[in-house]
Structure formats: structure tokens, C-alpha cells
Design a protein around this ligand. Structure first.
Ligand SMILES: Nc1ncnc2c1ncn2[C@@H]1O[C@H](COP(=O)(O)OP(=O)(O)OP(=O)(O)O)[C@@H](O)[C@H]1O
Length: 285
């Protein structure tokens, strides 16, 4: 069990912001940490890793990482950290990057094989793609069999297909090693696929905490479904108006009457929902 009760005063975009997070995380859990930019996600991970000072307590099983009396240094915490920007040693091969953490060739070979990197073990990071580099970072983070794996938006720089592939590999490693994991993510499908628990931070505080389905499902009341998007344009066509809305990778049109259109402005955040019909889901080929 990981018991966290930490506090730190931060300088937010609108002045002082009090980060205060109290959480218990069970062993082997996969927690997704979400929230708007500046809500304190990275700072919380850095506090857990011992890279940032804070008041309060962190206890992992019977080991105290932080209390009033002392603060365990990062190298003694048994943490694996995966950053968005890979942070690999450029002058070492893939294998050397892993063995730098721990001289355990059998584990390095196992990790490289699980992430389909065996063929690349002698290559330098500069010769790898973004997805390959991030797989190496992930393997490197697993080399000291961490008690806690922290990942800060590890897949956000990758294209969607590489992202999905890495999500599967993260899940495979998680299942094989059972490492307690906290991953910062903004991607609902990623959080749904990987995590058993989603925590949302706002202004340094936990505002939502639950299983992925209860936190991420946005349908409310009698709505069948709803999507959030941005209003790109409103076009008048005879007596009606057509709103052009961007949702994810798609642009959709929604018919409005004059009353609905008059309060909307281009650039507004909007939600599109439906109550009247049953959605039909078809497999795409
Ligand atoms: N050591 C620090 N001292 C004071 N303020 C800090 C410190 N580190 C970060 N901050 C501020 O705290 C706020 C939260 O930063 P943080 O990087 O944790 O947010 P985040 O949720 O990870 O954001 P993003 O999604 O953009 O990465 C920011 O406004 C930042 O400027």
C-alpha cells in the first residue's frame, strides 16, 4: 500500500496554488492521473520520486519515504520514471542504457524481447524512432524492478498507431511484473485501456477519483451520449443554422434553430448529445 499525504505551495498561473493530495494506492494498481495543464500532476510525480521537496508523508508498505524528520533520496526509493522526452543516454547502446541501471543481462534480454527490441539492442538512441526510444525508456525504468513506476505523459509525442502499440506493451509489462503504476495521461481511451483507477487533479486537489468507467463516461441524465468539441463556425442556411463542430479528429454538422444559434460564438466549447434515438455502433473496416 502506498500512503500519500503531501502538501506544497506552488506558483500557479493565477498566483499561489496549494497542492494538497491525500491518497492511498493499493499494490499492483494502475492509476491514471489526469487534469488540466498546471493542475499539479508532474509536481506530484516529482514529489513521489523525491525530485521535489514537499511537506507531509509518503509511506510505501512499511518504508517511510517522507515525513517531518526525513526525506529518502530518489535513488533509495525504488522508483522507475518514464518521461515524455525519453531521457536516454545518447552515447550508450540500447542494452547499455538498460545495464547502466542494473547489471542484470537476463532481465534486460527479457524486457527487450517483451517489447520487440531485441534486434535493436546494439543501436544508439539517435538511430531509433520515437516509439522505439520510448520502449527503451520503459524497459530501462523496469530494470530495477521498481516498487512504483511513474510515467509522465509517456506516449503523448507518438502517433496514434504507435501509441496503441505501446499501450499494449505497457499493459503486458504491467501484467508480467505487477508494478504499482501512476501514469499522467490526457487521453480517455488510453486511461480506459490501461488503468483500474482514474484520479483527476484540479488546482492541486483531487476532484475525481474512481474506476475508469465512472470517471470517464460523460453521459448524464437522460442523454444517450455526448461529445465535447469546439465550435468552428455557424452558417445560416435559409431559416436554419448549421453549427460546424470539431470533435477529436472529426468535423461534424449540427442543425440549430435561431434561438439556439444566437447564444453561441465561434471558439466556444460545446457538447453534442442525443436523447431521441439509439446510437448504432458499427465496426469499421
Ligand atoms: N517547484 C515549484 N515551485 C513553485 N511552483 C511550481 C514548481 N513546480 C511547478 N510549479 C508550478 O505549479 C503549477 C503546476 O505545475 P505542474 O507541472 O505540476 O502541472 P501539470 O498538471 O503537470 O501541467 P501540464 O499538464 O501542463 O504538464 C504550474 O503553474 C507550475 O508553474
Amino acid at each position: 500500500m502506498i500512503e500519500i499525504d503531501v502538501q506544497k505551495e506552488l506558483l500557479g498561473s493565477m498566483g499561489k496554488m496549494d497542492l494538497h493530495v491525500k491518497l492511498s494506492i493499493e499494490k499492483q494498481n494502475f492509476v491514471a492521473l489526469s487534469g488540466q495543464s498546471g493542475s499539479g500532476k508532474t509536481t506530484l510525480l516529482r514529489i513521489l520520486a523525491g525530485l521535489e521537496s514537499a511537506k507531509g508523508q509518503i509511506k510505501v508498505d512499511d518504508e517511510v519515504w517522507l515525513d517531518e524528520a526525513h526525506c529518502l533520496p530518489p535513488q533509495k526509493r525504488g522508483i522507475g520514471f518514464v518521461f515524455q522526452d525519453y531521457a536516454l543516454f545518447p552515447n550508450m547502446s540500447v542494452l547499455e542504457n538498460l545495464l547502466f541501471v542494473r547489471k542484470d543481462k537476463a532481465l534486460a534480454d527479457q524486457l527487450l524481447s517483451m517489447t520487440e527490441l531485441s534486434e535493436l539492442s546494439n543501436r544508439r538512441p539517435a538511430t531509433l524512432s520515437g516509439g522505439q526510444k520510448q520502449r527503451v525508456s520503459l524497459c530501462r525504468a523496469m530494470m530495477n524492478r521498481p516498487k512504483l513506476l511513474l510515467m509522465d505523459e509517456p506516449l503523448s509525442a507518438l502517433d496514434p498507431s504507435m501509441r496503441t502499440k505501446l499501450q499494449h506493451e505497457i499493459l503486458t509489462l504491467h501484467k508480467a511484473f505487477g508494478t504499482t503504476t501512476i501514469m499522467v495521461s490526457h487521453d480517455p481511451s488510453e486511461m480506459y485501456r490501461l488503468s483500474s483507477r482514474v484520479i483527476v487533479l484540479s488546482q492541486g486537489h483531487v476532484v475525481q477519483d474512481g474506476d475508469a468507467k465512472s470517471v470517464l463516461l460523460r453521459t448524464q441524465g437522460s442523454q444517450k451520449f455526448s461529445f465535447e468539441g469546439e465550435l468552428l463556425d455557424i452558417v445560416k442556411v435559409d431559416v436554419i443554422y448549421v453549427a460546424i463542430v470539431s470533435i477529436g479528429q472529426q468535423i461534424v454538422e449540427v442543425v440549430l434553430d435561431g434561438g439556439e444559434a444566437k447564444d453561441l460564438r465561434v471558439g466556444d466549447s460545446v457538447s453534442i448529445g442525443t436523447k431521441a434515438f439509439t446510437p448504432i455502433l458499427q465496426k469499421l473496416i
